[in-house]
Design a protein around this ligand. Structure first.
Ligand code: KG4
Length: 335
């Protein structure tokens, strides 16, 4: 069974080919350099670049996998969540190929795929708690069994990755901010006193207050003519931002007596988050799965991995399907 999967939800055009669990190719074309010029992802530019790049990526993915389109048994694509114009490009390519070769089409939920990317590292064991942290989402997802997603906590405003990016921008650091803040924080000390955000709900998150506190702090210091100790501010910010994730993860893991904690999404690349999760769960008898760095960011390998499960469950669709930029993970069967 050979599946060709396409990911185009944000600023990476990616195509992967998988055969019975074995990843044959995973080509990722990143648009980051272009979006850096704007200080963040420009949706219209993202769509255009997907349209320009997708056929080159397809060609390379087939060549690397040594597979022809005639050999592909099903086509998978990211249906949502993501930027609507960007999603449409990948979806249209998948639809065209499925129509041309008369093969099934598999709509894949982007965040569920981030979780299933961990199958490249180890077997998922249920009940598990997934910490889904990215540029667009911050969610705690409980999985009591395979393909069963329940959101038990989510952000009430900004996503954590978005907060990293905006704080970086305030400090004059390049996009995407998470990578550079992670690096600078290692050189800094926790000397700035930042408020610990409050969020309603047992396991919910809030990042906009923390972001605003930093914007105000930087503004006030500049007005007073004081220099910002950038590395220290990165350290202080990261401590609060990551503590919020870790605190809720510990409490939720206790409440739901989970067997595994699984990190997912772009922010799961954060070295402090990884260290803290490993340190604080060391004596808790809960297995931790951390995705390898190559699949923390957006890629089609994770779409292909989840698509295999969806196909076995009969979750294919017809050509009338549309993209859903706000698709909720607990509704991943609704299309
Ligand atoms: O999952 P992803 O590639 O995009 C979405 O689908 O949203 O995540 C991108 C986000 C960006 O906000 C970026 O700043 C953040 O992940 N990120 C990090 C790190 N690497 C990437 N945040 C914190 N620490 C990192 N090392």
């Amino acid at each position: 069974m050979i599946i060709l999967a396409i990911e185009s939800s944000c600023d990476e055009t990616s195509i992967a080919i998988i055969e019975d669990g074995k990843l044959l190719s995973n080509v990722v074309s990143s648009q980051i350099k272009t979006h850096q010029l704007f200080g963040g992802v420009m949706p219209e530019v993202a769509s255009r670049l997907h349209a320009e790049n997708v056929l080159f990526v397809l060609d390379e993915a087939l060549r690397k996998a040594n597979v022809t389109l005639e050999q592909v048994d099903a086509y998978a694509f990211t249906r949502g969540p993501g930027l609507v114009g960007a999603l449409h490009i990948g979806m249209q390519v998948a639809k065209t190929l499925a129509m041309l070769f008369n093969k099934p089409l598999i709509p894949v939920h982007h965040l569920a795929a981030h979780i299933y990317a961990n199958e490249f590292v180890g077997e998922l064991k249920f009940p598990l708690l997934s910490v889904v942290v990215s540029g667009g989402n911050t969610e705690l997802v409980l999985m009591e069994k395979p393909l069963d997603f329940k959101i038990i906590g989510e952000t009430s405003d900004d996503a954590v990755g978005e907060c990293f990016d905006k704080v970086a921008r305030t400090l004059g650091l390049p996009y995407p901010g998470g990578v550079i803040i992670d690096k600078l924080a290692k050189e800094g000390k926790d000397t700035y006193h930042l408020p610990f955000p409050h969020a309603d709900g047992e396991f919910n998150f809030s990042y906009s207050g923390l972001k605003t506190a930093i914007i105000n702090l930087v503004h006030n210091e500049k007005q007073k003519g004081n220099e910002i100790r950038t590395a220290d501010l990165c350290r202080s910010f990261e401590n609060v931002a990551i503590k919020m994730i870790v605190d809720r993860t510990i409490r939720a893991s206790e409440k739901y007596a989970v067997k595994q904690i699984v990190l997912a999404g772009g922010v799961s690349a954060n070295s402090y988050l990884r260290e803290e999760i490993l340190r604080l769960f060391k004596d808790r008898n809960i297995e931790i799965i951390i995705p390898p760095l190559w699949c923390t960011g957006d890629n089609a390998a994770m779409i292909a991995k989840l698509a295999e499960h969806l196909y076995k469950d009969g979750l294919t669709c017809n050509l009338l399907i549309s993209a859903d930029p706000n698709w909720q993970i607990d509704c991943f069967r609704d299309f």
